[in-house]
Design a protein around this ligand. Structure first.
Ligand code: TIU
Length: 243
């Protein structure tokens, strides 16, 4: 088991039973002209997470860790969009209306899709979700359980909305969630801070918090450990000791 230096205490994981979850890195949230901006937000704050998340994504792919992406959005006919969500607040454009990157939060539109830097590759499932939580009305839980995944490393946007909701849903389903703080971002610096505090308070009531640097170091240890086992060095040593 590799260990990530994390709060409130080290997060143990094996590559095989862990998934990297990339929450809603969609143009609609991180670029101007999309859903995030329609709510009155400064989208530039979200771009900070893209670089660190890209490093983690590349390393996870290299290590053979399971990667899964989510996108928040709705059917073209909006039949899965609750009225409550459509009418909430006073946005400049509503979900389904035509924006600078196509219809806001509608599957198939350019804005609904994931940014180029973090675009999924073959073998990385993309889970389309109608809500804030990644488990609500999706097959995410089945996909993870079918692969024997028990630990989830979260990146994505926004920290206090879809990342936090998904981490809480994961926690209640028996997964161990780890959130990488420089790979998640919020439109509100204060919410970024408190959303992470809430996860790790009370002895890790929801999960763990670390960052990309500490996670990448642990992942590199896990790869080295696996290579050691794979070449049979430990087995050979055990054999020598018995002989
Ligand atoms: N508005 C906001 O902060 N977030 C969302 O609406 N969705 C996600 O967090 N993905």
């Amino acid at each position: 088991m590799a260990k990530v230096d994390a709060e409130p205490y080290p997060f143990e994981f094996s590559i095989e039973h862990t998934a990297l979850v990339m929450i809603d890195f969609q143009r609609d949230f991180v670029y101007p002209g999309g859903f995030g901006e329609s709510l009155g937000n400064d989208t530039s704050l979200l771009l900070k997470a893209v670089g660190p998340a890209q490093k983690v994504l590349m390393a996870a792919r290299e290590a053979g860790m399971f990667v899964i992406h989510t996108r928040e959005g709705h059917r073209e006919d909006l039949s899965d969009l609750p009225d409550a969500k459509l009418h909430r607040g006073n946005p400049s454009l509503h979900i389904g209306e035509e924006g600078a990157m196509g219809r806001l939060l509608v599957r198939g539109s350019y804005g609904h899709d994931i940014v180029d830097e973090l675009y999924p590759i073959a073998g990385e499932p993309v889970v389309d979700k109608p809500g804030k939580g990644a488990f609500y009305a999706t097959d995410l839980d089945s996909i993870l359980k079918n692969r024997g995944i028990r630990k989830l490393v979260f990146t994505g946007v926004t920290t206090e909305v879809c990342v936090n909701t998904s981490a809480r849903e994961a926690n209640d389903r028996g997964y161990d969630p780890l959130i990488l703080e420089d790979c998640v971002a919020s439109y509100f610096p204060e919410f970024q801070r408190v959303a992470l505090e809430m996860i790790k308070a009370q002895g890790g009531i929801v999960g763990w918090v670390s960052d990309s640097t500490r996670f990448l170091a642990a992942l590199s240890d896990a790869v080295a450990e696996r290579a050691g086992n794979g070449t049979g060095s430990k087995t050979a040593m055990a054999g020598a000791a018995m002989a």
